[in-house]
Structure formats: C-alpha cells, structure tokens
Design a protein around this ligand. Structure first.
Ligand code: KIV
Ligand code: ZN
Length: 512
C-alpha cells in the first residue's frame, strides 16, 4: 500500500448535519469560530451549511468560504438548479470549493417522498452534477438513503454521476439502519459494480440510530471508502452522526489494523469538542468516548493501582495527546492579566486585547467568589469569551426574594452604555422574575425554550454554567452565563442571548 492509498479524508458536517440537531441554531459568528477550529484540527472538508435553506445559512457559508483558507469548503444542495446556483454564489470565494448535491435513491424515498421513477432520479442526478461541474471542479453526489437502496440501481446512478463529473460519491446510511459487516460488504460490492470507480473518491456518511455510526464508517473504510463524514461530539439529526473524534482516535490507536493516515492535529481534539459543546449548548455525556469528562479517569482501586505502576495497564490512549491538559495549575485572585493570558495561550486560546480585557474582568469577578480557579473554569471563561458578542447590556445587580408562599420578585440593574437602569418584576420562579425585569429594561421580549445547568469543576464553590435557548422575534439564540450563583448564571445566560439578538440586529441595520 503506498502513501496515496493510506491517506483518507475527513469531511466534517457539524455546521450542517450537526446543526440539524433539535434545538441548535448557530449565528454566523459562532459558525465561523467553529470552522476556524476545524481548520486547526486538520479537517479536510468543512461542510458549512445549506445555502438555499435560509439567508443565515447562505451568509455563514459565504463568510466561511471567504475567510477560512486551507480546507475544502462545501455547501449542500438538492439536485436542483436554483439550489446549486445559490450554493455556488456562497462558495465561489473559497480557495477550494465543493458543491455537494444529494438525491435519494431508495425505492421507499422515490415512491413516498419524491414521487419519481428510477430513471427520472438518475436523470435528475446527472443533470445536477453536470450543472454543478460547469461552476466548480469539485462536486460530491450523495445518494440519500443509499444503504436501503437497490444496489444495482445505486451502482448505475453512481457510475452515471461519475461520468457526469462527480469527484466524490457518498453512500450514506441516512437512517442509521446498517450493521458494520453488512455495510462494509455493501460498499465493497458497490465499488466492484461501478466500472469507472477509480475516477472518484467513495465516501461514507453514517447516522447513529442504532449506535453503530462509527463502527459502520470504519467498516466502510476497510472496504474501499476513502472519505468519512461525521460531526464533532457526534451531534446531528435524531441520534446524531458518526463522532469524528472517535473515528480519528480509532484510526490512531489501531493504526496497525487500519493502516490509514489523516492530517489531524491530535492536540486540538479536546478543544474542538469543548468549543462545539459550548457554542451549540449540547453537553457531552461524562462517559462519552474520547472527550467525556470521565474518559480518562480511573475510579476503582485496582485500576488506580495498575495505572500508577504502568499507565498501559488500563489506558489505551493518552489524555495529553488529545489536548487535555494534565497541568492543573491553579490561578487565584492575585494572578494578573499576564498570568491569565499566558495560561490561556498554553491552553490554545488566542484572545484579542479586547477579548482578553473582558475575560480578565470576568476572571477577577470569579476569583473574588472562588478560592481556586481551575483549568475547567478557565476553559469555560475562554470559551465564553472567544464566541462573545459586544455586551450592550451587562447585568450589574441582581436581588431575588422568593420562598415558600411568596411571589418570587427580582430587582435587576443593567448597565447600558455607561448608564444604569433598574427595575423589579415578579414571575412564577426567581429566574422568570429576573428575566421579566430584563425584558422591561431592554424592551426585548425573549421566551426561554430550554435551560441546562452544568457544574464546571468540583466542590461547593464550583462554577455554574447555564446554557439556554431563547426565542426572540422567531429566532433562537443560545445564551451562556457563568457564576457561582446559579440564578445569576441563569440571568446572565438570558442577557447573553439578548446581546446576541441585539448584535445581530445592529449588523443587519448597518447592512441596510
Ligand atoms: O444523511 C444523509 O443522507 C445526509 C445527506 C444530505 C448527505 O445528510
Ligand atoms: Zn446525514
């Protein structure tokens, strides 16, 4: 096997299929931040969105295509001329663009969803690829629901789209129905049935409905696929997509078995996972492989004893390799801005002077409440800051009175452009009362769709991190708030979402 055969490609669809997870809605700035991190991770193809689907998606794909140089930037489209033209409009500034067209090939989808015959589908696929090829040299065709399609028909479609110019053909297990051995065999047989298969890269894209997305993807790889599609932390439609960090570490840890190479910078894996979790508000389960909080912890005495004698007894990977810092150096209230900057840089966060200044204010505020600022606290602070929008509204005072038999009442003071505004409101609970007071001051009325509280770090003084999804004017904004006081963290997350809304409004007004 020469080096050309060893190299496989990683296609990340966190910003497209990942964003299709229930409740996730990312702003252009948040998507750009993730795309920048995917580039640092060494991802080959970043699918930035589905340009025709909304103005926001178009803007995100265009911004990423214009600004993120290095990886291939892909935009999704249906097999329709208008979709392809819109995708190209967004992608044309990319150093390397990829138009990604999908059309279902299973009889089930043809009959109930598309109402088309097999020949009509094959013709539409060919026409779409030909049209895309006139605009862009790189074209991927995805046969949606491929794993449930008739293999002979699928092979004909694949051969025809390759002839029409497709450079990548993707064989998705759209509904997560496949089983590793069966899917691997399907890929091998399919490749064997496509006479011009050498003119394209075969790709796999597996969903996780039966919990087998990663295993299926790797089976595809062992049977001739050279590109794997997935998302960070496995987020995505329904049960999600194949988790790329698991695929990456399986290929690394079992390199003699798989014999494949990627362009991944392993030290960026953990940071990428944290960023995606922070920005999307989808937390990573503690026992999640590779990036879960417990993935490298040893609880049982027998295991601890073994690890102390030789780590290899119970560890197959090193936490340090994926960028989990073993250095639990503690910063405190006497630490200066320089120490904070230095520490954040060692953790891989490069904040602008302005972002650092804001992070430092938050750090000092936290250090007043907590004796020791841990690595986890700093990660929460830096993650918070790196995706920050200008803080038009800042919570400067919060007083709550609530208790059994009382109507919860909140008094809130917000700073707006160096002026303070204070008001009080009541609600069904203390958080609701405070949010209503914020509404009265800002004249912006948000609806809290969901709310999640995580403890960052350990101990009674652990930071509370609240991630909420707030609906304002029909759009959903993810708000984050950090504090040792959970009610304050909740109100801060609400104010953060309002700041995002008001920032988006000001950008839209400037563009008019
Ligand atoms: O799961 C799927 O089939 C898809 C296609 C659009 C590639 O996401
Ligand atoms: Zn998918």
């Amino acid at each position: 096997m020469d080096n050309k055969d060893k190299r496989i490609y990683l296609f990340d669809t966190t910003l497209r299929d990942g964003e299709q997870s229930p409740g996730i809605s990312l702003s252009v700035k948040e998507k750009l931040e993730i795309a920048g991190q995917l580039k640092r991770l060494g991802i080959d193809v970043i699918e930035a969105g589905f340009p025709i689907i909304s103005a926001g998606d178009f803007e995100a794909v265009k911004t990423i295509a214009d600004k993120v140089k290095g990886p291939v930037i892909a935009g999704l489209c249906r097999a329709e001329k208008a979709d392809i033209d819109r995708a190209w409009e967004a992608l044309k500034g990319a150093e390397n663009a990829l138009i990604h067209i999908f059309l279902a090939t299973s009889d089930l989808h043809l009959r109930y969803k598309l109402n088309k015959t097999r020949e009509q589908v094959a013709e539409a696929a060919v026409a779409a690829v030909k049209h895309a090829k006139r605009l862009c040299p790189n074209v991927e065709f995805s046969a949606e629901d491929a794993s449930r399609s008739d293999i002979e028909f699928l092979a004909q479609v694949v051969a025809r789209v390759i002839e029409a110019g497709a450079t990548i053909v993707n064989i998705p297990d759209t509904v997560g129905y496949a089983i590793p051995e069966e899917y691997g065999e399907f890929i091998r047989n399919l490749i064997g049935m496509v006479p011009n298969h050498e003119q394209a890269v075969f790709s796999v894209h597996c969903h996780n409905d039966l919990g087998m997305a990663v295993a299926n993807s790797l089976a595809g790889l062992l049977n001739g696929a050279r590109q794997i599609e997935g998302t960070i932390n496995g987020i995505g439609e329904r049960a999600g997509n194949a988790a790329l960090e698991e695929i990456i570490m399986a290929l690394y840890t079992r390199k003699h078995y798989y014999g494949k190479e990627t362009a991944i910078d392993y030290g960026e894996i953990y940071r990428t996972s944290r960023l995606v979790s922070n920005v999307t508000g989808v937390s990573v389960p503690a026992n999640k492989a590779i990036v879960g909080k417990n993935a490298f912890l040893h609880e049982s005495g027998i295991h601890q004893d073994g690890v102390l004698k030789n780590r290899l007894t119970y560890e197959i990977m090193s936490a340090k390799l994926i960028g989990v810092s073993e250095d639990n150096l503690v910063l405190g209230k006497h630490s200066g801005r320089h120490a904070l900057k230095d520490r954040l840089e060692k953790m891989g966060y490069t904040l602008s002077d302005e972002e650092l200044a804001q992070a430092f204010v938050k750090f000092k505020d936290l250090a007043d409440k907590k004796k020791e600022i841990t690595q986890a606290d700093l990660e929460a602070l830096a993650g918070d800051q790196s995706i920050a929008v200008p803080e038009k509204y800042t919570l400067s005072y919060l007083q709550i009175s609530s208790g059994t038999g009382m109507i919860p009442t909140a008094t809130v003071k917000l700073d707006i452009n160096n002026m303070s505004f204070e008001t009080a409101a009541i609600g069904d609970g203390p958080v609701e009362a405070a949010c209503r007071a914020v509404d009265k001051i800002t004249d912006i009325f948000g609806k809290m769709l969901d709310y999640k509280l995580n403890a960052v770090g350990e101990g009674k003084d652990a930071l509370g991190e609240v991630v909420s999804h707030i609906q304002i004017d029909g759009k959903i904004f993810t708000g984050r708030g950090l504090s040792t006081d959970v009610i304050e963290a909740s109100v801060k997350s609400y104010v953060n979402a309002i700041n995002k809304y008001s920032y988006q409004l000001s950008v839209q007004n400037q563009e008019k």
